[in-house]
Design a binder for this molecule. Structure first.
Ligand code: IFM
Length: 449
């Protein structure tokens, strides 16, 4: 028999993000975000869909909280929508927005579920993008002001803070590849965005330490630590370049290690670093959040912009086309444990998997149930990696599955289903999938098969 055993105080959570689940796009005084604008551009989001209604969690948070409680989860990772708190991005605060997140946190607490709030998960107020967005340095002050308001207004109900979700996607998908809002393809803007996201994280943590609040604060990265496709020195070098450009550029400065040489040397000053910035970015954090879904093999490619390319793989894929590589999660976690050793005077900074999950073609069967065996298989394999590493002494403190609900999967809109609970978008009916019952058993201590 296989068994999944976790420590008694392990944090079990589900994760979502405001634009993907809340809906109520033009309710409660919410301002426009870059995703509202981006979704209106023809051809960029599947079938021209948007997050205007999404899962309607703004109105259904009590039902969703009851679902989390039914399956035994003890934490919920949600994000705060900046345009709900400060509709114009800076200036006037919207009390209705604050009141919504207070209601949500209080409902969670009633069910013994802790509130893990991400301050920024991609829904930038449109007026800030009009002023240059993450490519402009003025965003750093705007973010500091916004974060301080979150701390002041919600500090008594939030149990864990995450400054920013996936800096890599903000900077590169948004400003280099144009696949996400604001849909820009410009290397210099992407590098500006990378540095300003790092700065925003730093100023927020610095401000937080002055509030007297004691809930832990950290950041969530989606590190890419690709494996070399072969043992050739060229492929090993390619993997190193990929890791540096996609991961170390975000992680190293925040851990006080400065920017990797490859970036500062090869891009010759393109990162808009000013004196004192590295100190600002390197604020001591209380934990590291890691989002992991897959890992790619990479090879050297002289013709490619950054001299590396992804290679074909043999593994089964999820509905996103992502290869299923649980060993990649092990490599990520070990890499983080290694590079964070001794940082900020801590022997081993706690690690959280803040997202991990599987997109599947889930349909309700004739019995009214969703038998998502493939998702369960994926989860078993990835949770086994965590359980084994904890046994080996890694300081992994929690796991948040992406996602509680099927939701708006950005440019893929509603075509990709990541939830452990199915959502019928016509009726908003929630139907737990078998994977929700799988989690119930694992959390209750019966993770066996
Ligand atoms: O849906 C996203 C989420 O917003 C950020 N991390 C990856 C998920 C799946 O693509």
């Amino acid at each position: 028999m296989n068994r999944l055993v976790f420590p008694k105080d392990f944090i079990w959570g589900t994760a979502t993000a405001s634009y993907q689940v809340e809906g109520a796009g033009h309710e409660g005084g919410r301002g426009e975000s870059i995703w509202d604008t981006f979704s209106r551009k023809p051809g960029v989001v599947y079938a021209g869909e948007n997050g205007e209604i999404a899962c309607d969690q703004y109105h259904r948070y009590a039902e969703d909280t009851a679902l989390m409680a039914e399956f035994g989860f003890n934490s919920y990772r949600f994000s705060i929508a900046w345009p709900r708190i400060i509709p114009a991005g800076t200036g006037k605060v919207n009390p209705e927005g604050i009141a919504y997140y207070r209601r949500l946190c209080e409902e969670l607490h009633k069910h013994g579920i802790s509130a893990c709030a991400t301050i920024y998960h991609w829904d930038l107020p449109q007026p800030l993008e009009d002023a240059g967005g993450w490519a402009s340095r003025s965003i750093v002050n705007a973010f500091e002001e916004y974060a301080k308001i979150c701390f002041r207004e919600l500090g008594d109900v939030v149990d864990r803070w995450i400054t920013i979700n996936e800096p890599l996607c903000i900077a590169y998908l948004g400003y280099l590849h144009g696949m996400h809002a604001p849909g820009i393809c410009d290397l210099q803007k992407a590098l500006n965005a990378a540095h300003h996201v790092n700065m925003a994280h730093g100023v927020a943590v610095k401000a937080y330490r002055k509030t007297g609040l004691t809930a832990p604060i950290g950041i969530t990265w989606n590190p890419v630590t690709p494996r070399p496709a072969t043992n050739s020195p060229a492929d090993k070098k390619a993997a190193k370049i990929a890791r540096t450009l996609e991961t170390e550029v975000f992680v190293f400065p925040c851990l006080g290690k400065g920017y990797p040489e490859l970036v500062t040397k090869d891009f010759k000053g393109s990162l808009p670093i000013k004196s004192g910035d590295l100190e600002t970015i390197a604020q001591p954090i209380d934990f590291i959040g890691i989002n992991y879904y897959f890992e790619n093999p990479v090879s050297a490619d002289k013709k490619a912009r950054f001299k590396y390319c992804n290679r074909p793989f043999w593994q089964d894929t999820t509905d996103m086309g992502w290869p299923i590589v649980p060993g990649g999660l092990e490599r990520q976690l070990k890499w983080f444990a290694e590079i964070s050793k001794g940082v900020f005077g801590k022997t081993d900074i706690p690690l959280f998997i803040t997202e991990n999950g599987y997109a599947g073609k889930d349909e309700i069967g004739p019995d009214g149930r969703i038998h998502d065996r493939d998702r369960i298989e994926y989860l078993k394999q990835h949770l086994s990696v965590c359980a084994d590493l904890i046994k080996d002494g890694l300081n992994i403190k929690g796991y948040y599955v992406w996602s509680l609900l099927d939701n708006f999967e950005w440019a893929c809109a509603y075509t990709k289903r990541f939830g452990i609970v199915h959502v019928d978008y016509n009726t908003q009916k929630r139907t737990p999938k078998d994977s929700a019952y799988f989690f119930r058993d694992v959390i209750a201590g019966f993770g066996e098969w």
